[in-house]
Design a protein around this ligand. Structure first.
Ligand code: SF4
Length: 389
């Protein structure tokens, strides 16, 4: 594809930034997980000090005020609350963090206690993302999760009693053994408790995971895409009826409860990623830290940050915009494409979109192009077809 009049400014027009902190420890390895983590938590205190040091060493990476901080992983809720509080204090001393910032912490049900909730609140956390995945014991065992169904059910009430109204739960669908009715009950359990945001993911069998190996060896059943499509349809219908906005393929929110941090990713807002395996983006390049706890710790003792970097080409930026914008309710803006990548780029993209417009998988809405419900389930494949080479 030829790119004329490229300005490459799409990703640089934001007067805000985010910080992501990767806490690379988990109590147990979930069979399906391909994130970076260790089940040995011995060095958690050193790790938090190293992450704090990285924050200071990279203080010039972000030039915009920080409006969101996100503790992900891994399992940040495993850590003593004091360590979370200390790091937040250090970030506040180092970066310009706005008073109304969103501070999210990912928590697993088995870590959620009244004491921890109070500690997180005191440290400044104002949003919890709870890794429920399922309210059914058999699914949790199948996934090798560390928590039980009763912990999954109780922790939401505990969080609400502690004053965490802004919370989201993660649920997984399309697991073998989860019937349509079971899935509907899982969704309804969360909505009945008034959870204002849900992130729901189709189970994906990632290469090299325990799940992939068990399926290969015939020990576990593989996922069925038809069942996943049915679950997705149950999900979108149920949550629409209950007043949740389907604002991104996997994300649903009551008005006012969208994730500000994740929305920033989809809008191309710059962010700094701290900790092993964390990714950063500054509008021009992507960086990713080494995904190895020992090597990360040893590099930081020498004041080095072990990362790799890729400077994005205009095509890569365009493809990222196509992928992320199509996943959101706002869709892909032809005006933005023309302004940033030129008229020819827009014309070529429209040609590629033609079959999807004819089949109704992409529809025009408010001057933008959006995925229809049928298109949303096929989002990744459609975006890949539209990528410009
Ligand atoms: S708790 Fe989360 S990060 Fe840890 S193994 Fe399970 S899915 Fe992966």
């Amino acid at each position: 594809m030829r790119l004329y009049g490229v300005q490459n400014q799409y990703f640089c027009k934001h007067n805000m930034a985010g910080i992501y902190i990767h806490i690379p420890f988990c109590r147990k390895a979930c069979h399906y997980c391909n994130f970076h983590f260790s089940t040995s938590v011995l060095h958690h205190a050193e790790m938090m000090q190293a992450i704090g040091k990285e924050a200071v060493l990279r203080k010039n990476y972000l030039t915009e005020p920080v409006t969101t901080i996100y503790f992900g992983g891994g399992t940040p809720s495993l850590l003593p609350v004091e360590e979370i509080g200390l790091l937040i204090g250090m970030l506040k001393d180092t970066y310009l963090i706005t008073n109304d910032s969103e501070l999210t912490l990912e928590a697993n049900p088995d870590d959620i206690t009244t004491e921890k909730l109070a500690g997180w609140k005191k440290a400044g956390i104002n949003r919890l993302s709870i890794g429920i995945q399922s309210f059914r014991e058999e699914d949790l065992k199948w996934m090798n999760r560390a928590h039980t169904a009763s912990q999954a059910k109780n922790c939401i009430l505990l969080a609400q009693e502690a004053g965490f109204d802004n919370l989201t739960v993660d649920l997984i669908y399309g697991t073998p053994g989860l019937s349509d009715d079971d899935w509907l009950e899982n969704i309804q359990f969360a909505t009945a408790l008034g959870v204002p945001h849900l992130s729901c993911y189709a189970l994906t069998v990632e290469p090299k995971t325990a799940l992939a190996k068990k399926i290969d060896m015939g020990q576990l059943k593989n996922v069925d895409p038809d069942i996943q499509a049915r679950h997705f349809s149950i999900l979108t219908k149920t949550l629409a009826e209950k007043g949740y906005e389907h604002y991104e393929i996997s994300n649903f929110a009551k008005p006012g409860f969208r994730s500000r941090h994740n929305s920033s990713y989809w809008q191309g807002v710059p962010y700094l990623g701290l900790g092993p395996s964390a990714h950063s983006f500054n509008g021009k390049s992507r960086q990713w830290n080494i995904a190895n706890n020992a090597l990360y710790l040893s590099a930081l003792t020498q004041n080095n940050i072990p990362f790799e970097e890729e400077v994005l080409t205009p095509q890569q930026m365009l493809n990222e915009y196509i992928m992320t914008s199509l996943r959101t309710i706002e869709g892909l803006s032809p005006e933005k494409i023309q302004d940033n990548w030129g008229k020819t780029a827009l014309e070529e993209l429209k040609n590629c979109m033609e079959p999807y417009l004819r089949s109704g998988k992409i529809v025009g809405m408010n001057g933008n192009y959006c995925l229809s419900e049928e298109g949303r389930f096929l989002a990744d494949g459609i975006a890949a077809d539209l990528f410009q080479l």
